[in-house]
Design a protein around this ligand. Structure first.
Ligand SMILES: C=CC1=C(C)c2cc3[nH]c(cc4nc(cc5[nH]c(cc1n2)c(C)c5CCC(=O)O)C(CCC(=O)O)=C4C)c(C)c3C=C
Ligand SMILES: [Fe+2]
Ligand SMILES: [Fe+2]
Length: 361
């Protein structure tokens, strides 16, 4: 760059007489700071091929499925992808955002990014907020490129998982670094850590439980905190996810001043025949109903946004299991989503992790 040319940070400089750069110089955009929030992913549609494409990308990730590659290639391509896309497409249809023609995870993640921009953008005009999906669209690669083309020399990557797991948080980093590998002018990347014990998060969960239960004309005998599971083998190999889930639940219970049995942790969303982390949510819901529990509420603290696993699996399937086995009242407490409490959590994490790049107070 020609040092004598006056330049303004964050502005794309172009070659030419008034562009700020000498003729022949490649265009330069610089000086901005990107904040890229990333959630798991969602299919582009509920039809067979959209579902298949999404599931194939997701289930081909070695962080998600650790079994032998040759065996998995056969199971995935010959068995799973012949039936699961259709079955899961039907499940997605029950929660699909018809107005926008997309899954709720995409709608909510976009809205979280927009709201972050409204809340934090005015504090520093170098900040650019964006969002991506680890599987499906918009991809992490495409958004890192877009941020760089807007002048982001630095990017804060925020995997939207309060509890770290290799199958979720780590794979977001894999995808981001895969993109960086391809770039000549790499942005500097910072990764926001998980936040299982972040005080605003614990407070938001406790407030959400209290305010949701206050809306009911009945009181649950207990509340289940249901987290997405992982195979037990991943835990045995050292994945810390299990401990983070327990920590979050203990802190929320302490915040509420509840005894141990009133807020119980369970794991949902098993996939395949191997053992996953226990106790299982569906089996617990069934056993509770069979043992005479009539009123139950469920919260899903590990999900930053409502999605198939919360709306269809918990609010749908598990409510049905409860009623089928003698339970009478079931209430699903929605995820924090883009609520004020939820936005305060994301804001707290981002403010902290931007320190040294942008002082937002
Ligand atoms: C097969 C292995 C899987 C592991 C391990 C796993 C871990 C894991 N997943 C989430 C969050 C979400 N998963 C979602 C859907 C989903 N998960 C799996 C499989 C594993 N997840 C599949 C195959 C699917 C797709 C649906 C299906 O076919 O059953 C979602 C919802 C996405 C949506 O669009 O709504 C989320 C979110 C976490 C947090 C986690 C480990 C901690
Ligand atoms: Fe999952
Ligand atoms: Fe543990």
């Amino acid at each position: 760059m020609n040092e004598a040319v006056p330049v303004k940070e964050g502005v794309a400089l172009r070659p030419g007489p008034d562009g700020g750069l000498p003729a022949g110089h490649p265009a330069v955009a610089y000086g901005k700071i990107g904040v890229l929030i990333v959630n798991l992913g969602t299919p582009d549609g509920t039809d067979y091929w959209s579902m298949r494409r999404y599931l194939k990308e997701f289930l081909s990730d070695r962080r998600v499925i650790e079994v032998n590659r040759a065996l998995w290639w056969f199971l995935l391509n010959v068995i799973i992808l012949s039936r699961r896309p259709q079955a899961k497409g039907k499940d997605y249809e029950t929660i699909w955002n018809k107005e926008r023609n997309e899954g709720p995870l995409r709608t909510i993640t976009r809205s979280q990014s927009d709201k972050l921009g409204e809340r934090l953008g005015p504090l520093d005009d170098r900040l650019v907020f964006d969002w991506a999906m680890r599987y499906g669209n918009p991809s992490i690669a495409s958004r890192i490129e877009a941020l760089q083309s807007q002048g982001c020399e630095r990017i804060l990557l925020v995997p939207l998982y309060p509890q770290y797991a290799a199958a979720t948080s780590a794979t977001v980093c894999d995808a981001a670094f895969d993109q960086l590998k391809k770039m000549r002018w790499q942005p500097v990347l910072r990764v926001a850590p998980h936040w299982p014990d972040e005080p605003t998060y614990i407070e938001a969960l406790a407030n959400s439980i209290t305010s949701e239960l206050a809306k009911l004309d009945w009181e649950p005998e207990l509340v289940l905190a249901s987290f997405h599971g992982i195979p037990k083998e991943y835990f045995e190999k050292g994945d810390p996810y299990h401990c983070y889930c327990y920590k979050t639940v203990r802190l929320v219970r302490e915040k509420l001043g509840w005894p141990e049995g009133k807020l119980r942790l369970t794991f949902q969303s098993r996939f395949g025949k191997a053992e996953w982390l226990q106790p299982y949510t569906d089996k617990t819901v069934e056993a509770l109903a069979q043992s005479g529990v009539k009123r139950l509420a469920v919260i899903t603290p590990g999900f930053v946004a409502d999605c198939l696993e919360t709306l269809e699996e918990i609010a749908g399937e598990n409510a049905e299991i409860f009623h089928h086995n003698g339970g009478e009242k079931f209430h699903f407490i929605p995820c924090l989503n883009e609520s004020e409490g939820g936005m305060k959590v994301l804001e707290a994490v981002i403010r902290r992790e931007l320190k040294g790049w942008a002082e937002l107070g």
